[in-house]
Design a protein around this ligand. Structure first.
Ligand SMILES: [Zn+2]
Length: 321
């Protein structure tokens, strides 16, 4: 057996040899495989015929995947760097096959770290692909982080990516129910933002958005017979919610709404010019209003999160026992 055939990290120690699909040998410790894989534990518990002693165990996996899988379970102190969600997907599938739950946990931790890295390349960890891999293995935190990252896309863009996915390559292997759950999160956030730009609701939640104090003075009168101010507010709300709703069709993260240029648009000028029926001053103070809306958006981003039914994981952990 030539040393040149061995993987450089797995050639010196160990009592058994694994042979990858592409002919690379890995000298490994059966004890490590036994504690990290239910599959290998059961395999090594079976009595081995003496004629096979010393014969490499033929594996169905490529050496690149086997090396990462072993790196995940060998106690080396540093986690392997995986800068491609597709590699994560394939390694995770092998880990599932060999029933390596710790390797799967470690993989999910690696994806979490990669994903929170602001420098992350959208090509190496596209949010929808990352979400799909996380859904497949029910990595809840990764699902939540990835679902937030999808907010930079419109629902239409996400659906297009989903429909064009190469099913035969098993890439973006995403169940329709998980896709619907994601769309639902987008829609709930849009609704919260659209509700949140209503001058009436902003005022109700304690923001001062008016130039004059008439709204505040009359605020409690909203339900009385004097509808003059509330009618004005309703009309302005219709205009504002319409423009904001259109904007949210392009992306759900509402980044444009935090930008002044959106509020400077021609279609919104009439809102800022609109005069209070009581005192004749502009009813809405543009700067105060935009400040309040920015807070609303931040709140929507923080509070409307992707929620998964955590009982989804129940089946798997139950059957493990
Ligand atoms: Zn007024």
């Amino acid at each position: 057996m030539s040393e040149a055939d061995f993987h450089p990290r797995y050639r010196s120690d160990g009592d058994i040899v694994l042979l990858s699909l592409d002919g690379v040998k890995f000298r490994v410790h059966s004890a490590i495989l036994v504690i990290s894989s239910d599959f290998f534990r059961q395999m090594f518990e079976l009595p081995q015929p003496s004629s096979t002693a010393g014969t490499p165990v033929q594996m169905d996996e490529e050496s690149t995947l086997l090396a990462i899988l072993l790196d995940l379970v060998y106690p080396r102190g540093s986690l392997p760097i995986i800068n491609d969600i597709d590699v994560v997907r394939r390694v995770a599938n092998v880990a599932e096959k060999f029933e390596m739950s710790r390797a799967l946990n470690t993989l999910s931790a690696i994806v979490r770290i990669e994903q929170t890295n602001k420098e992350i390349n959208e090509d190496t960890y596209p949010p929808l692909d990352t979400y799909a891999v996380a859904c497949q293995h029910r990595w809840m935190e990764v699902m939540e982080d990835a679902s937030r990252r999808t907010l930079a896309y419109s629902v239409k863009e996400l659906v297009d990516i989903f429909l064009r996915r190469p099913v035969e390559e098993k890439k973006l292997d995403l169940k329709a129910e998980d896709m619907l759950r994601l769309i639902d999160m987008h829609e709930r956030r849009k609704k919260q933002i659209i509700d949140g730009v209503s001058p009436y609701l902003l005022q109700k939640h304690g923001h001062t958005i008016s130039t004059c104090s008439c709204i505040e003075d009359d605020f409690l009168a909203y339900n009385t017979d004097d509808h003059a101010l509330s009618d004005q507010l309703d009309m302005l709300t219709t205009v504002l919610q319409g423009e904001v709703g259109l904007e949210l069709m392009d992306s759900t993260d509402a980044m444009n709404l935090k930008d002044n240029s959106f509020w400077d648009s021609e279609s919104l000028k009439r809102v800022w010019k609109h005069k209070c029926v009581k005192c004749g001053r502009p009813l809405i103070n543009k700067d105060k209003y935009i400040g309040a809306v920015r807070q609303t958006i931040d709140e929507a981003i923080d509070t409307v999160i992707f929620s998964v039914d955590r009982s989804d994981t129940g089946d798997r952990s139950d059957t493990d026992e």
